[in-house]
Write a protein that binds this ligand. Structure first.
Ligand code: 5GP
Length: 111
């Protein structure tokens, strides 16, 4: 079980900004931008590499939820979404999550 399952189960505290039957979003504990939110499925999928055909609707739902959260957080000037996958991809929590970052100019390419 990862720390994110504990957040879903309310075993540890998080500043939740959005939730529905499929997913929830909360502020990152170590923000890399003025707004830094993590959107996660309730289902404990490890990473993008672990999605199955059964998760097609779930994956679409996550993607469709990003702009709702961005609007809620007033990121009208733009924002960055990041999905780190695997250790060399920078993933440190092995429960699929979409980073939503905004509130400052975001440079490219990322590190
Ligand atoms: P990753 O490195 O896997 O792409 O992103 C994991 C993110 O989870 C990191 O940005 C990290 O700061 C965040 N994180 C790790 N533990 C916690 C926690 O207990 N609470 C919250 N809100 N964020 C966490």
């Amino acid at each position: 079980m990862t720390i994110f399952t504990k957040i879903i189960n309310r075993e540890i505290q998080a500043d939740i900004v959005y939730e529905d039957d499929v997913c929830l979003a909360f502020h990152d504990v170590s923000p890399q931008a003025p707004v830094h939110v993590l959107l996660i499925p309730r289902k404990p999928i490890v990473s993008l590499d672990d999605l199955s055909e059964d998760d097609t609707v779930l994956a679409g739902h996550l993607m469709m939820t990003v702009p709702k959260i961005a609007a809620q957080l007033k990121l009208s000037d733009g924002y960055r979404t990041v999905v780190n996958t695997g250790e060399k991809g920078g993933q440190s929590v092995f429960h699929l999550h979409i980073h939503i970052l905004g509130g400052r100019n975001l440079s490219w390419p990322p590190g």
